[in-house]
Write a protein that binds this ligand. Sequence first.
Ligand SMILES: Nc1ncnc2c1ncn2[C@@H]1O[C@H](COP(=O)(O)OP(=O)(O)OP(=O)(O)O)[C@@H](O)[C@H]1O
Ligand SMILES: [Mg+2]
Length: 208
Amino acid sequence: MIELPASELARIDRLLAGGQRRLLGLVGAPGSGKSTLAQALLDALPPGRAQVVPMDGFHLANVELRRLGRADRKGAPDTFDSAGYVALLRRLREQREEIVYAPEFRREIEEPIAGAIAVLPQTQLVITEGNYLLLDEGAWAGAAPLLDEAWYVDVDDELRRERLIRRHEQFGRSRDAAIAWVENTDEPNARRIAATRSRAQHVIRIDD
Ligand SMILES: Nc1ncnc2c1ncn2[C@@H]1O[C@H](COP(=O)(O)OP(=O)(O)OP(=O)(O)O)[C@@H](O)[C@H]1O
Ligand SMILES: [Mg+2]
């Protein structure tokens, strides 16, 4: 569990003060705690006020990654449907009358599931979280301008790597395979993400 600083909640109150729907982006390296923070924010807000729309719902399916020859670097920027993600953000901003459905990534099967997350017309805050929200390459470059605010989730690198290894083990990899995946796949991605940190409006540091 994480303790949410009052200053972060006050920031959200300010963001929502105008009454319109707002999009908050949480960005950070693999394992930095984005999903955990997004859930903590959701729990801290009144029921129905916010919904979490994770970027990792836009992972390409394994069958498509194999077709493209990219299965061994799942998690890299070109292993997501980045244009689809940006189109969904645009749709969420428009806040039309209907429910907008978002996909969700399921770690147990390592595949996204379409239509898993419902964003209701009255949802005021959409919290979208992921690795490449601030990347200035290809279709990803269209994401940042659609966010009302982006927070960079910062954490001690050693702690982050240890958590990632543990999570890979929990989802079935041996310790050696988990370490190899973190070093060869997660860490190159982490460096690209760290390079986008200066584009965030706010940095939140979580080290406990
Ligand atoms: N404050 C915390 N204290 C202890 N464990 C934490 C904390 N935050 C996250 N974790 C753990 O660290 C791991 C990574 O956290 P989380 O899944 O939230 O990161 P993420 O940034 O969403 O990762 P990814 O980029 O891979 O989706 C998880 O196993 C989670 O339970
Ligand atoms: Mg996550």
